[in-house]
Design a binder for this molecule. Structure first.
Ligand code: SF4
Length: 260
């Protein structure tokens, strides 16, 4: 089953309230640029780089120092306050807000703004989870996400090792909703989670986004057993699953965490 007629943009920002109301989804970039340099090797051997970097290199006026640079845009800080209707807002679609290069003061300013605009749900996503617990209790309307380590130049064993380390940091994040973006699902994640559960008893996240790998218009589905194992495990743990529009699977999942 595929997601039919999926609207463009980041679908998981269009959160659904418990009563079924679908909220508009936006992206907000008070910071820009990223130093992680993520690339992925596709099953056909082609290499794809981060989509945000590709976009930044097209918009050279906004990214005049290239993508690997920290852009601080304080004039953007009030943007969410101007949106009066409740929305899902992904913070940093063109950045990693919690990257090691971002001054702590900038992060606090963004966090305070999210707290002020408390009628919205904000979603952050980082590949530097070691920093996240340092910010203490996140505001209730902030969902704190961590994405799977990027796959190029890394073996599947390396990916599993990276994920184990990420889970350890996620355990210490204080947030109403912690989530894991497993996109693309490029190695067998389920055994890592199983091992974690054996020692820890519960997963350190309340929501999971799963996506296939893509390079331009070419989409590569994860191995069948990887998806099956992961879905089974998340269902057993009652972790709501959201499939990105590029997934193909027998059962469609588009659930949001309870805090929506
Ligand atoms: S962390 Fe995100 S924004 Fe940064 S390079 Fe990787 S995919 Fe791109």
């Amino acid at each position: 089953m595929n997601r039919q007629n999926a609207p463009k943009g980041i679908e998981w920002t269009r959160i659904k309230d418990p009563d079924g109301t679908v909220r508009p989804g936006y992206t907000w970039n008070p910071t820009g640029g990223c130093f992680h340099g993520c690339t992925w090797e596709m099953p056909d051997g082609s290499i794809t780089e981060c989509y945000a970097k590709t976009i930044a290199e097209r918009f050279t006026r906004a990214y005049s120092h290239g993508f690997e640079h920290h852009y601080w845009r304080p004039h953007n800080l009030d943007a969410p306050l101007k949106v009066k209707e409740k929305a899902g807002i992904f913070v940093g679609s063109m950045a990693d807000l919690f990257g090691h290069w971002v001054p702590e003061d900038h992060i606090w300013q963004v966090l305070h703004k999210m707290s002020e605009a408390d009628w919205h749900i904000f979603q952050t996503l980082s590949k530097f989870p070691i920093r996240l617990p340092k910010f203490g209790q996140f505001p209730d309307n902030v969902w704190v996400g961590v994405s799977l380590p990027a796959g190029h130049l890394m073996s599947e064993t390396g990916g599993a090792r990276g994920l184990k380390a990420y889970l350890k940091h996620m355990k210490h994040i204080k947030a109403t909703v912690r989530f894991m973006s497993i996109e693309p699902l490029w190695f067998d994640v389920a055994p890592v989670l199983e091992q974690w559960l054996e020692t820890e008893g519960e997963l350190p996240f309340e929501w999971a986004i799963i996506g296939a790998a893509s390079n331009g218009s070419r989409v590569f589905q994860p191995k069948r057993e990887w998806t099956a194992g992961l879905v089974e495990q998340l269902n057993a743990q009652k972790v709501p699953i959201f499939f990105k529009g590029n997934m193909a699977w027998e059962i469609w999942y588009e659930a949001f965490p309870k805090a929506a």
